[in-house]
Design a protein around this ligand. Sequence first.
Ligand code: C5P
Length: 396
Amino acid sequence: MLKGKHIILGVTGSIAAYKSAVLCRLLVGAGAEVKVVMTSLAKQFITPLTMATLSKHPILVDFFNPENGEWNSHVSLGEWADLYLIAPATANTMAKMATGVADNLLLTTYLSARCPVAIAPAMDLDMYAHTATQRNMAQLRADGVHIIEPGSGELASGLVGKGRMAEPQDILKAVEALFSEKKKSLEGKRFLVTAGATIEPIDPVRYISNHSSGKMGYAIAEALVQRGAEVTLVSGRTALDKPEGVERVDVLSAEEMYEACVERFQQMDGAVMCAAVADYTPAVVADEKLKKSDSDMSIALKRTKDIAAALGAQKGSRVLVGFAMETQNERENAQSKLQRKNFDFIVLNSLRKEGAGFRGDTNIVTLIDAHEQVELPLMSKHDVAEHIVDKIETLL
Ligand code: C5P
């Protein structure tokens, strides 16, 4: 459910911080990658060693490491995260968040975070019921912060009432629900995605193809489905399993892919052209296996149809996204493809960068549209897909 999600877990100074260890383990167990930010007071309640071991990342407390001056960038941390979860959130931290005070790393990260923020308050019943706390919580709700309500029960003070931090299992459920809310943002929308390599037969035995693994296109199909879209994946050759909830149409040649796409595009709200389509195909496909002889041989090739350009010509108000894999004059070539094929935006990946391109699980891309070029850092193809789908959402 949380597979591949990046979560910052903020821990503040409350007795409930001991539950953060369990929460951290649950989040990691559900597939999330978790980085922990603590206030210095939180360290009195739960040790950094415990949280670092459970999250598998060093914990972050200060703006910089006093030993070597290394900067803990709240900005890049805020960009990295899909969710900032502060559990427990004390009355003090909530008050600071409500007014924009930024006197520790946990708070500067809050102000830098572009992702959804959720907090699980924990405090004594009178502190919780106080007008000031309730006013701050109302402000945080108005600012878009999700509040995971505390439960009622025995409190550390011995009093009984509302203020106990929600149980880790319930916080996990709330986090999962937050991600599935995001899921529904594309409900009712239909998308066509092309992926993988085409196969152009030379004879019954040989063919022309390329190194595409299909991973990027499959990740996009998955990300669209997770947000509630209906997805038809027109797939060339890959070794990948059909993603859950996707309709897959298997094709081999560029011609077959062309037919499958043109036939379906009118019913779609958008298409993402991620396949590595052959530009040329043998002019004649031999019926029998070609025999070798002592002399060299050449194969006559003819142009294939450009599927993306054909869809671009009949795009109307649909969203159309393309890919470009360039080895030289990358941005200029991508820009010209953007216009020629009538894409709303194009995803440029460079073969020259380590961690980018074919086969691997990571990519480095630049999203280019008519107005801007946004270069994303090295990240998993799954995360690249999320960025692409985020951008698609802004265009619908
Ligand atoms: O022209 P080039 O092949 O570099 O363009 C890449 C983009 O066009 C990709 O989005 C690719 O999927 C798409 N394309 C296509 N049909 C072709 C060639 C490329 O859809 N025949």
